[in-house]
Design a protein around this ligand. Structure first.
Ligand code: GLN
Length: 485
């Protein structure tokens, strides 16, 4: 247990210094998985233990490589990122037997840095959801309270990192899917600026929103992973060539007194759980007592964000998911003719929420409705981006809640999709605007004893500064006790 409780940074250092063997670390993770997994259901596919131990033994024989910062460190990967030779299901029946022939760029980078992939983690089907209840492989439970959801869609990854089954994980965030589960499970979760991390091998949901990012137990660990996964990739046409990316070197140099924090007035007030509000208020007081400046800002188009996001993301999903037709890969229903094969494959292969979104997405793109829905939503997207640009003239970063409530009970929102969509009110705007955001735990709620998170939003491509700020705020918040079970 002592081994798995360590931060990624600590274990990586110990492995480099040969103070601990890769075999011991891998073994410790498997023991923790064996102990907690029956309660959590965090993994869809777990690598074979004997095989990984043999691999670990070989690594111990050759010894550490100082060019590999993650040498020997076991990590988890959300099951939406392709892994060569390891089943990648997107938590869907339609891909339940899909073994990709190649690694996602993020996965290749982690492997090149020496990481060991423990397995593929549970999620909402095709990343559509906020609770990991939309998984064809059953829901994941929240390790802080097994009757509650871990958040979603990267809920398996979050539950797994919080319960110390692995040292960190890579999730994806289209409208909050890294930050909200990080918040519900008491972790740090980074959604990078759009274009900073390659989407090659990330099975597309909303291509103009999707970004991969880390889920970790410390800001330093997130910085370490960002350093490895961020950067130009010619295989992704939206990948950016950003110079001088360095997340770890200057992580600790910023001072709170140099930062102006903006509080959007539209984000605080009606609908926000008093416990969440109280924790954020407490942190703001701490910031001010350390000479951080806090000002009120406005994001006036916030009330249109949910509608715009769900129109655009469903439109993109309906087009992206057209490729799952039973012809080239994945599940195929047994039928007598081609049309029936398409129909039955998609009817039986996709879950209810995915079908709902494909239908709504097709509708908003159809002739006669395109202007009223898709085009209008695209215009709102621009207005939201303008809101942020204006707000950032008055502050360096924005502080916001991650979710209106702490982790909610399993089943609470499953029969009412609209209620589930409303849970994303604080996370989706920055995906619409392409901005970077981070979720940071700021303690356990006094009444619920559940983790409460805070979100920091930075201007476009200021991801390094975002982590510097998060590092400072992490010092003002109590460290949570992992694993909670
Ligand atoms: N809950 C949001 C949705 O269902 C966000 C999901 C995500 O970021 N992948 O679209």
């Amino acid at each position: 247990m002592e081994i798995v409780k360590k931060n990624l940074r600590e274990i990586a250092e110990q492995l480099q210094k040969k103070e601990i063997k890769v075999q011991e670390v891998v073994q410790a993770c498997f023991e923790q998985i064996e102990r907690t997994e029956p309660k959590l259901n965090a993994f869809i596919t777990l690598q074979d233990q004997e095989e990984l131990l043999t691999q670990a033994k070989a690594l111990d024989t050759t010894g550490p490589d100082s060019n590999q910062p993650l040498w020997g460190v076991p990590l988890g990967i959300k099951d939406v990122l392709t892994t060569q030779g390891i089943k990648t299901t997107c938590a869907s029946k339609i891909l339940s037997n899909f073994i990709p022939p190649y690694d996602a760029e993020v996965v290749s980078r982690l492997k090149r840095a020496g990481a060991i992939i423990l397995g593929k983690q549970n999620m909402d089907e095709f990343a559509m959801g906020s609770s990991t209840e939309n998984s064809a492989f059953g829901p994941t439970k929240n390790p802080w309270d097994l009757r509650r959801v871990p958040g979603g869609s990267s809920g398996g990854s979050a539950a797994s990192v919080a319960s110390c089954q692995c040292f960190a994980a890579i999730g994806t965030d289209t409208g909050g899917s890294i930050r909200q589960p990080a918040c519900f499970c008491g972790l740090i979760g980074v959604k990078p600026s759009y274009g900073l991390v390659s989407r090659y091998g990330l099975i597309a949901y909303g291509s103009s929103f999707d970004q991969a990012g880390p889920l970790t137990r410390s800001v330093e660990d997130s910085a370490l992973l960002m350093e490895i996964i961020a950067g130009f990739d010619p295989k992704d046409s939206t990948s950016l060539e950003v110079k001088d990316l360095n997340f770890t070197q200057n992580l600790k140099t910023l001072e709170l007194s140099q930062i102006t924090f903006g509080l959007p007035k539209e984000y605080f007030g009606e609908g926000l759980d008093p416990e969440v509000q109280a924790k954020i208020d407490q942190l703001i007081q701490n910031i001010e007592s350390q000479n951080g400046k806090v000002v009120e800002v406005s994001l006036p188009h916030t009330e249109y964000a949910i509608a715009a996001y769900y129109i655009l993301v469903m439109a993109e999903a309906s087009s992206n998911l057209a490729r799952f037709d039973g012809v080239r890969y994945g599940f195929r229903a047994k039928c007598k003719d081609l049309t029936e094969m398409y129909e039955q494959t998609r009817t039986q292969g996709f879950g209810q929420e995915v079908q709902r979104r494909i239908m709504l997405g097709t509708y908003v793109l159809s002739a006669g409705y395109y202007d009223a829905y898709y085009k209008k939503a695209a215009q709102v997207r621009r207005l939201l981006r303008n809101d942020f640009e204006k707000a950032f003239q008055e502050c360096d970063c924005i502080l916001a809640p991650v979710s209106p409530t702490p982790a909610f009970p399993l089943g609470q929102h499953t029969s009412d999709p609209l209620q589930m969509y409303l849970m994303d009110v604080y996370t989706i705007s920055l995906n619409l605007a392409g901005l970077p955001g981070i979720a940071l735990p700021c303690g356990l709620g006094e009444q619920t004893n559940l983790p409460i998170g805070l979100q920091i939003i930075a201007p476009y491509l200021e991801d390094q500064k975002l982590l510097q700020i998060a590092y400072q705020l992490e010092k003002l918040t109590p460290r949570l006790n992992y694993p909670p079970l």
